[in-house]
Ligand binder design. Sequence first.
Ligand SMILES: Cc1ncc(COP(=O)(O)O)c(C=O)c1O
Ligand SMILES: N[C@@H](CCCC[NH3+])C(=O)O
Length: 420
Amino acid sequence: MDHFHIHGGELYAEDVPLSRIAQEVGTPVYVYSRATFERHARVFREGLSGLERPPHLAFAVKSNPNLAVLRLLGREGYGADVVSGGELARALLAGMPAHDIVFSGVGKTDTELAQGLDAGIGQFNIESSEEGRELAAIAAARGQVARCALRVNPDVDAGTHDKISTGKADNKFGVPIDRAPELFAELSALPGLDLRGLAVHIGSQLSELAPLEAAFAKLADSLRTLRGGGHTISHMDLGGGLGVPYRKGEVLPSPAEYGEMVARVTKGWDVTLMFEPGRVIAGNAGVLLTRVIRVKRGLNDPFVIVDAAMNDLARPALYGAWHDFDAVKPSGERMTANIVGPICETGDTFAMGRETDALVSGDLAVFRTAGAYGATMASSYNSRGFVAEVMVDGSDFAVVADRILPGAIADAERVPDFLA
Ligand SMILES: Cc1ncc(COP(=O)(O)O)c(C=O)c1O
Ligand SMILES: N[C@@H](CCCC[NH3+])C(=O)O
Protein backbone atom coordinates (compact mmCIF):
# COMPACT_ATOMS: atom_id res chain seq x y z
CA MET A 1 0.00 0.00 0.00
CA ASP A 2 1.38 3.35 -1.06
CA HIS A 3 0.97 6.05 1.55
CA PHE A 4 1.50 8.65 -1.21
CA HIS A 5 -1.67 8.11 -3.21
CA ILE A 6 -4.20 9.91 -5.39
CA HIS A 7 -7.54 10.56 -3.71
CA GLY A 8 -10.28 12.61 -5.35
CA GLY A 9 -7.92 13.67 -8.13
CA GLU A 10 -5.23 14.92 -5.78
CA LEU A 11 -2.00 13.48 -4.35
CA TYR A 12 -2.08 12.79 -0.62
CA ALA A 13 0.51 11.78 1.93
CA GLU A 14 -1.45 9.39 4.12
CA ASP A 15 -4.66 11.37 4.83
CA VAL A 16 -3.26 14.82 4.14
CA PRO A 17 -3.62 16.49 0.74
CA LEU A 18 -0.23 17.80 -0.34
CA SER A 19 -1.87 21.07 -1.41
CA ARG A 20 -2.68 21.70 2.27
CA ILE A 21 0.97 21.32 3.25
CA ALA A 22 2.01 23.64 0.42
CA GLN A 23 -0.51 26.20 1.57
CA GLU A 24 0.46 26.05 5.24
CA VAL A 25 4.22 25.49 5.05
CA GLY A 26 5.08 26.80 1.60
CA THR A 27 7.27 25.17 -1.04
CA PRO A 28 9.70 23.64 -1.64
CA VAL A 29 9.21 21.25 1.26
CA TYR A 30 10.14 17.65 1.97
CA VAL A 31 7.16 15.57 3.06
CA TYR A 32 7.70 12.29 4.92
CA SER A 33 5.15 9.62 5.73
CA ARG A 34 5.44 8.21 9.22
CA ALA A 35 3.51 5.07 8.22
CA THR A 36 5.89 4.43 5.31
CA PHE A 37 8.96 4.78 7.52
CA GLU A 38 7.47 2.34 10.00
CA ARG A 39 6.47 -0.11 7.30
CA HIS A 40 9.95 -0.04 5.75
CA ALA A 41 11.60 -0.49 9.15
CA ARG A 42 9.43 -3.56 9.80
CA VAL A 43 9.79 -5.03 6.32
CA PHE A 44 13.57 -4.80 6.52
CA ARG A 45 13.60 -6.45 9.94
CA GLU A 46 11.21 -9.18 8.79
CA GLY A 47 13.42 -9.83 5.78
CA LEU A 48 16.14 -10.83 8.23
CA SER A 49 13.93 -13.10 10.30
CA GLY A 50 15.67 -16.21 8.92
CA LEU A 51 19.02 -15.34 10.52
CA GLU A 52 20.44 -17.58 13.23
CA ARG A 53 20.45 -14.71 15.76
CA PRO A 54 18.50 -11.46 15.94
CA PRO A 55 20.49 -8.84 14.03
CA HIS A 56 21.59 -5.40 15.18
CA LEU A 57 19.97 -2.80 12.95
CA ALA A 58 21.66 0.59 12.70
CA PHE A 59 19.92 3.14 10.49
CA ALA A 60 22.40 5.06 8.31
CA VAL A 61 21.81 8.55 9.70
CA LYS A 62 23.44 10.21 6.71
CA SER A 63 20.49 9.18 4.54
CA ASN A 64 18.03 11.18 6.66
CA PRO A 65 19.25 12.71 9.92
CA ASN A 66 16.01 14.47 10.83
CA LEU A 67 15.39 14.10 14.57
CA ALA A 68 11.78 13.01 14.06
CA VAL A 69 12.95 10.26 11.71
CA LEU A 70 15.58 9.09 14.19
CA ARG A 71 13.07 9.13 17.05
CA LEU A 72 10.63 7.07 14.99
CA LEU A 73 13.27 4.52 14.01
CA GLY A 74 14.59 4.33 17.56
CA ARG A 75 11.08 3.34 18.62
CA GLU A 76 11.18 0.63 15.97
CA GLY A 77 14.24 -0.78 17.72
CA TYR A 78 16.81 0.65 15.32
CA GLY A 79 20.13 2.02 16.44
CA ALA A 80 22.22 4.35 14.31
CA ASP A 81 25.15 4.18 11.95
CA VAL A 82 26.85 7.57 12.25
CA VAL A 83 29.79 9.07 10.39
CA SER A 84 30.47 12.30 12.26
CA GLY A 85 30.25 13.87 15.68
CA GLY A 86 27.22 15.78 14.41
CA GLU A 87 25.38 12.59 13.49
CA LEU A 88 26.36 10.98 16.79
CA ALA A 89 24.94 13.96 18.69
CA ARG A 90 21.70 13.73 16.69
CA ALA A 91 21.26 10.02 17.37
CA LEU A 92 21.70 10.64 21.09
CA LEU A 93 19.42 13.68 21.00
CA ALA A 94 16.74 11.55 19.35
CA GLY A 95 16.97 9.18 22.30
CA MET A 96 18.80 6.29 20.67
CA PRO A 97 20.77 4.32 23.27
CA ALA A 98 24.53 4.90 22.90
CA HIS A 99 25.05 1.17 22.94
CA ASP A 100 23.07 0.86 19.69
CA ILE A 101 25.28 3.33 17.82
CA VAL A 102 27.99 2.33 15.34
CA PHE A 103 30.55 4.94 14.31
CA SER A 104 31.69 4.49 10.69
CA GLY A 105 33.74 6.81 8.50
CA VAL A 106 37.20 7.04 7.02
CA GLY A 107 38.23 10.30 8.69
CA LYS A 108 37.04 10.38 12.28
CA THR A 109 39.00 13.06 14.13
CA ASP A 110 40.50 12.56 17.59
CA THR A 111 37.72 14.77 18.92
CA GLU A 112 35.08 12.57 17.29
CA LEU A 113 36.73 9.37 18.58
CA ALA A 114 36.71 10.86 22.07
CA GLN A 115 33.08 11.91 21.61
CA GLY A 116 32.20 8.29 20.81
CA LEU A 117 34.08 7.08 23.88
CA ASP A 118 32.40 9.70 26.06
CA ALA A 119 29.01 8.54 24.89
CA GLY A 120 29.89 4.85 25.30
CA ILE A 121 28.82 3.88 21.79
CA GLY A 122 28.38 0.25 20.78
CA GLN A 123 31.07 -0.04 18.12
CA PHE A 124 33.66 1.90 16.16
CA ASN A 125 34.25 0.68 12.61
CA ILE A 126 37.96 1.32 12.19
CA GLU A 127 39.04 2.03 8.63
CA SER A 128 42.84 1.90 8.92
CA SER A 129 45.59 0.71 11.23
CA GLU A 130 46.44 4.39 11.78
CA GLU A 131 42.92 5.09 13.05
CA GLY A 132 42.96 1.95 15.18
CA ARG A 133 46.19 2.97 16.89
CA GLU A 134 44.88 6.48 17.53
CA LEU A 135 41.64 5.16 19.00
CA ALA A 136 43.56 2.66 21.14
CA ALA A 137 45.77 5.43 22.52
CA ILE A 138 42.83 7.74 23.29
CA ALA A 139 40.84 4.95 24.93
CA ALA A 140 43.77 3.58 26.95
CA ALA A 141 44.66 7.07 28.22
CA ARG A 142 41.13 7.30 29.63
CA GLY A 143 41.15 3.80 31.01
CA GLN A 144 38.48 2.77 28.50
CA VAL A 145 38.15 -0.08 26.05
CA ALA A 146 36.60 0.69 22.65
CA ARG A 147 34.54 -2.04 21.02
CA CYS A 148 35.56 -2.14 17.35
CA ALA A 149 35.29 -3.86 14.03
CA LEU A 150 37.83 -3.55 11.23
CA ARG A 151 36.27 -2.33 7.99
CA VAL A 152 37.63 -4.29 5.07
CA ASN A 153 37.60 -3.38 1.41
CA PRO A 154 36.72 -6.57 -0.50
CA ASP A 155 37.55 -5.18 -3.98
CA VAL A 156 34.10 -5.95 -5.37
CA ASP A 157 32.41 -3.89 -8.06
CA ALA A 158 29.02 -2.93 -6.61
CA GLY A 159 27.70 -2.11 -10.10
CA THR A 160 26.36 1.23 -8.94
CA HIS A 161 27.28 4.84 -9.74
CA ASP A 162 31.06 5.38 -9.40
CA LYS A 163 30.59 8.20 -6.90
CA ILE A 164 28.71 5.98 -4.46
CA SER A 165 30.79 2.81 -4.87
CA THR A 166 32.88 2.14 -1.79
CA GLY A 167 34.22 -1.41 -2.09
CA LYS A 168 36.71 -1.26 -4.97
CA ALA A 169 40.41 -1.57 -4.19
CA ASP A 170 41.12 2.02 -5.22
CA ASN A 171 38.30 3.49 -3.08
CA LYS A 172 39.35 5.23 0.13
CA PHE A 173 37.30 2.98 2.39
CA GLY A 174 38.48 0.19 4.69
CA VAL A 175 41.64 -1.88 4.55
CA PRO A 176 42.43 -4.38 1.77
CA ILE A 177 40.70 -7.59 2.79
CA ASP A 178 43.79 -9.71 2.29
CA ARG A 179 45.59 -7.61 4.90
CA ALA A 180 42.84 -8.23 7.47
CA PRO A 181 44.65 -11.06 9.33
CA GLU A 182 47.84 -9.03 9.71
CA LEU A 183 46.05 -5.82 10.78
CA PHE A 184 43.67 -7.68 13.04
CA ALA A 185 46.62 -9.25 14.84
CA GLU A 186 48.34 -5.87 15.18
CA LEU A 187 45.28 -3.99 16.43
CA SER A 188 43.79 -6.65 18.67
CA ALA A 189 47.04 -6.68 20.66
CA LEU A 190 46.57 -3.03 21.63
CA PRO A 191 45.22 -2.17 25.06
CA GLY A 192 42.21 0.10 24.65
CA LEU A 193 40.66 -1.89 21.81
CA ASP A 194 38.22 -4.77 21.92
CA LEU A 195 38.44 -5.80 18.27
CA ARG A 196 35.49 -8.11 17.86
CA GLY A 197 34.66 -8.32 14.18
CA LEU A 198 34.81 -7.15 10.60
CA ALA A 199 32.69 -4.62 8.72
CA VAL A 200 32.02 -4.17 5.03
CA HIS A 201 29.99 -1.73 2.92
CA ILE A 202 30.53 -1.82 -0.83
CA GLY A 203 28.27 1.01 -1.97
CA SER A 204 24.80 2.41 -2.19
CA GLN A 205 21.75 1.94 -4.45
CA LEU A 206 22.76 -1.61 -5.37
CA SER A 207 20.35 -3.04 -7.89
CA GLU A 208 21.60 -6.62 -7.68
CA LEU A 209 22.45 -8.97 -4.84
CA ALA A 210 25.41 -10.67 -6.56
CA PRO A 211 28.05 -8.05 -5.59
CA LEU A 212 26.84 -8.12 -1.97
CA GLU A 213 26.96 -11.91 -1.95
CA ALA A 214 30.49 -11.82 -3.40
CA ALA A 215 31.60 -9.41 -0.67
CA PHE A 216 29.99 -11.48 2.10
CA ALA A 217 31.59 -14.65 0.74
CA LYS A 218 35.00 -12.95 0.98
CA LEU A 219 34.11 -11.94 4.50
CA ALA A 220 33.37 -15.58 5.31
CA ASP A 221 36.90 -16.51 4.19
CA SER A 222 38.39 -13.82 6.41
CA LEU A 223 36.27 -14.95 9.34
CA ARG A 224 37.62 -18.49 8.99
CA THR A 225 41.20 -17.24 8.71
CA LEU A 226 40.86 -14.99 11.75
CA ARG A 227 39.31 -17.70 13.88
CA GLY A 228 42.00 -20.11 12.66
CA GLY A 229 44.51 -17.55 13.97
CA GLY A 230 42.92 -17.69 17.41
CA HIS A 231 40.87 -14.49 17.26
CA THR A 232 37.44 -14.28 18.86
CA ILE A 233 34.89 -12.87 16.43
CA SER A 234 31.45 -12.08 17.80
CA HIS A 235 30.12 -9.43 15.39
CA MET A 236 30.09 -8.97 11.62
CA ASP A 237 28.74 -5.73 10.14
CA LEU A 238 27.36 -6.18 6.62
CA GLY A 239 26.71 -2.46 6.00
CA GLY A 240 23.84 -1.06 3.94
CA GLY A 241 23.48 -0.54 0.22
CA LEU A 242 20.22 -2.20 -0.79
CA GLY A 243 18.76 -0.14 -3.64
CA VAL A 244 15.20 1.11 -4.10
CA PRO A 245 13.07 1.66 -7.21
CA TYR A 246 13.28 5.25 -8.44
CA ARG A 247 11.08 4.69 -11.50
CA LYS A 248 7.55 3.38 -11.66
CA GLY A 249 7.61 -0.30 -12.52
CA GLU A 250 11.29 -0.77 -11.66
CA VAL A 251 11.86 -3.98 -9.69
CA LEU A 252 14.80 -4.36 -7.32
CA PRO A 253 15.74 -7.13 -4.90
CA SER A 254 13.37 -6.99 -1.94
CA PRO A 255 14.44 -7.00 1.71
CA ALA A 256 13.07 -10.57 1.85
CA GLU A 257 15.32 -11.66 -1.05
CA TYR A 258 18.25 -9.83 0.51
CA GLY A 259 17.55 -11.51 3.86
CA GLU A 260 17.33 -14.94 2.25
CA MET A 261 20.73 -14.42 0.58
CA VAL A 262 22.29 -13.15 3.82
CA ALA A 263 20.90 -16.10 5.80
CA ARG A 264 22.30 -18.54 3.24
CA VAL A 265 25.77 -16.97 3.03
CA THR A 266 26.19 -16.41 6.77
CA LYS A 267 24.90 -19.81 7.90
CA GLY A 268 27.12 -21.14 10.66
CA TRP A 269 29.02 -17.89 11.20
CA ASP A 270 27.97 -17.89 14.86
CA VAL A 271 28.08 -14.10 15.23
CA THR A 272 25.66 -11.22 15.72
CA LEU A 273 25.14 -9.68 12.30
CA MET A 274 24.89 -5.92 12.05
CA PHE A 275 23.26 -3.93 9.24
CA GLU A 276 23.38 -0.25 8.27
CA PRO A 277 20.39 0.34 5.97
CA GLY A 278 19.66 3.89 4.89
CA ARG A 279 17.98 4.35 1.53
CA VAL A 280 15.83 1.21 1.75
CA ILE A 281 14.21 2.63 4.88
CA ALA A 282 14.03 6.32 3.96
CA GLY A 283 14.04 6.63 0.16
CA ASN A 284 10.41 6.00 -0.67
CA ALA A 285 9.16 7.44 2.61
CA GLY A 286 9.53 11.01 1.33
CA VAL A 287 8.80 13.34 -1.57
CA LEU A 288 9.98 16.83 -2.38
CA LEU A 289 6.94 19.02 -2.93
CA THR A 290 7.50 21.93 -5.28
CA ARG A 291 5.55 24.58 -7.16
CA VAL A 292 5.93 25.50 -10.81
CA ILE A 293 7.22 29.08 -11.05
CA ARG A 294 6.61 29.32 -14.77
CA VAL A 295 6.76 27.36 -17.99
CA LYS A 296 9.15 28.84 -20.50
CA ARG A 297 9.30 28.03 -24.19
CA GLY A 298 12.47 26.08 -25.11
CA LEU A 299 14.24 25.31 -28.36
CA ASN A 300 12.54 21.92 -28.44
CA ASP A 301 10.69 21.04 -25.25
CA PRO A 302 9.41 23.67 -22.82
CA PHE A 303 11.25 24.32 -19.56
CA VAL A 304 9.12 23.71 -16.48
CA ILE A 305 10.87 25.91 -13.91
CA VAL A 306 10.05 24.73 -10.40
CA ASP A 307 10.85 26.39 -7.08
CA ALA A 308 12.96 23.43 -5.90
CA ALA A 309 16.54 23.40 -7.11
CA MET A 310 19.79 21.45 -7.02
CA ASN A 311 20.55 22.94 -3.61
CA ASP A 312 17.41 21.26 -2.21
CA LEU A 313 17.77 17.93 -4.03
CA ALA A 314 21.29 17.43 -5.29
CA ARG A 315 21.09 13.85 -6.61
CA PRO A 316 20.15 14.63 -10.24
CA ALA A 317 22.92 17.23 -10.55
CA LEU A 318 25.51 15.09 -8.73
CA TYR A 319 24.82 11.65 -10.13
CA GLY A 320 22.45 12.24 -13.04
CA ALA A 321 19.91 10.48 -10.82
CA TRP A 322 16.30 9.96 -11.91
CA HIS A 323 13.43 10.99 -9.65
CA ASP A 324 9.87 10.41 -10.83
CA PHE A 325 8.09 13.74 -11.18
CA ASP A 326 4.29 13.92 -10.88
CA ALA A 327 1.65 16.62 -10.63
CA VAL A 328 -0.19 16.89 -7.31
CA LYS A 329 -3.46 17.38 -9.24
CA PRO A 330 -2.93 15.54 -12.53
CA SER A 331 -5.33 16.69 -15.24
CA GLY A 332 -4.82 13.62 -17.36
CA GLU A 333 -3.03 15.69 -20.01
CA ARG A 334 0.64 14.92 -20.62
CA MET A 335 3.58 16.95 -21.87
CA THR A 336 7.25 16.45 -22.65
CA ALA A 337 9.37 18.97 -20.79
CA ASN A 338 12.71 19.85 -19.29
CA ILE A 339 12.30 20.09 -15.51
CA VAL A 340 14.67 22.66 -14.07
CA GLY A 341 15.23 24.74 -10.95
CA PRO A 342 15.93 28.47 -10.76
CA ILE A 343 19.65 28.21 -9.90
CA CYS A 344 22.13 29.87 -12.19
CA GLU A 345 23.84 26.86 -13.63
CA THR A 346 22.84 24.35 -16.25
CA GLY A 347 23.47 21.51 -13.80
CA ASP A 348 20.33 22.65 -11.98
CA THR A 349 18.34 20.30 -14.18
CA PHE A 350 16.16 17.53 -12.78
CA ALA A 351 15.23 15.97 -16.12
CA MET A 352 15.49 16.68 -19.85
CA GLY A 353 12.86 15.60 -22.33
CA ARG A 354 10.78 13.99 -19.59
CA GLU A 355 7.25 12.85 -20.36
CA THR A 356 5.24 14.16 -17.45
CA ASP A 357 1.86 15.46 -16.33
CA ALA A 358 0.95 18.70 -18.09
CA LEU A 359 1.81 21.60 -15.80
CA VAL A 360 1.31 25.34 -15.81
CA SER A 361 2.55 28.15 -13.64
CA GLY A 362 1.38 27.75 -10.01
CA ASP A 363 0.79 24.00 -10.19
CA LEU A 364 2.18 21.73 -7.48
CA ALA A 365 4.30 18.68 -8.26
CA VAL A 366 6.50 16.20 -6.44
CA PHE A 367 9.87 14.61 -6.94
CA ARG A 368 9.41 11.12 -5.58
CA THR A 369 11.78 8.86 -3.66
CA ALA A 370 13.32 11.88 -1.98
CA GLY A 371 13.30 10.67 1.63
CA ALA A 372 16.92 9.50 1.49
CA TYR A 373 19.86 11.71 0.52
CA GLY A 374 17.45 14.59 -0.08
CA ALA A 375 17.22 17.26 2.63
CA THR A 376 20.40 15.91 4.19
CA MET A 377 22.44 16.95 1.15
CA ALA A 378 20.88 20.40 0.82
CA SER A 379 23.00 23.53 0.63
CA SER A 380 22.21 27.22 0.57
CA TYR A 381 23.71 27.82 -2.89
CA ASN A 382 22.42 30.97 -4.56
CA SER A 383 21.48 32.14 -1.02
CA ARG A 384 18.29 30.12 -1.21
CA GLY A 385 18.24 29.01 2.43
CA PHE A 386 17.47 25.48 3.60
CA VAL A 387 14.30 23.68 2.68
CA ALA A 388 11.66 22.79 5.34
CA GLU A 389 10.66 19.22 6.25
CA VAL A 390 7.25 17.92 7.27
CA MET A 391 6.18 14.55 8.68
CA VAL A 392 2.66 13.32 8.09
CA ASP A 393 0.93 11.03 10.58
CA GLY A 394 -2.52 9.97 9.38
CA SER A 395 -4.58 13.13 9.03
CA ASP A 396 -2.11 15.15 11.05
CA PHE A 397 1.22 16.65 10.09
CA ALA A 398 4.05 18.52 11.77
CA VAL A 399 6.91 20.68 10.56
CA VAL A 400 9.93 18.62 11.64
CA ALA A 401 12.52 21.06 10.26
CA ASP A 402 11.92 24.77 9.87
CA ARG A 403 12.78 26.44 6.63
CA ILE A 404 16.04 28.30 7.24
CA LEU A 405 15.71 31.60 5.50
CA PRO A 406 18.61 33.24 3.65
CA GLY A 407 18.62 36.03 6.23
CA ALA A 408 19.35 33.57 9.06
CA ILE A 409 22.39 32.33 7.16
CA ALA A 410 23.61 35.87 6.59
CA ASP A 411 23.13 36.50 10.32
CA ALA A 412 25.93 34.03 11.01
CA GLU A 413 28.33 36.06 8.87
CA ARG A 414 29.99 39.35 9.64
CA VAL A 415 32.05 42.03 7.94
CA PRO A 416 35.37 42.32 9.82
CA ASP A 417 36.56 45.59 11.35
CA PHE A 418 39.28 45.93 8.72
CA LEU A 419 36.58 46.28 6.07
CA ALA A 420 34.35 48.56 8.09
C1 LIG B 1 29.35 2.88 5.97
C2 LIG B 1 27.99 3.04 5.40
N1 LIG B 1 26.98 2.36 5.93
C3 LIG B 1 25.72 2.48 5.46
C4 LIG B 1 25.44 3.30 4.39
C5 LIG B 1 24.01 3.39 3.94
O1 LIG B 1 23.87 2.97 2.66
P1 LIG B 1 22.44 2.85 1.99
O2 LIG B 1 21.73 4.14 2.17
O3 LIG B 1 22.77 2.59 0.58
O4 LIG B 1 21.74 1.71 2.65
C6 LIG B 1 26.46 4.02 3.78
C7 LIG B 1 26.21 4.82 2.57
O5 LIG B 1 26.37 4.30 1.47
C8 LIG B 1 27.77 3.90 4.31
O6 LIG B 1 28.77 4.59 3.79
N1 LIG C 1 24.45 10.48 -1.51
C1 LIG C 1 24.30 9.27 -2.27
C2 LIG C 1 24.47 8.05 -1.45
C3 LIG C 1 25.78 8.03 -0.77
C4 LIG C 1 25.84 6.99 0.26
C5 LIG C 1 26.91 7.34 1.23
N2 LIG C 1 27.56 6.22 1.81
C6 LIG C 1 22.99 9.26 -3.02
O1 LIG C 1 22.26 10.16 -2.97
O2 LIG C 1 22.66 8.38 -3.72
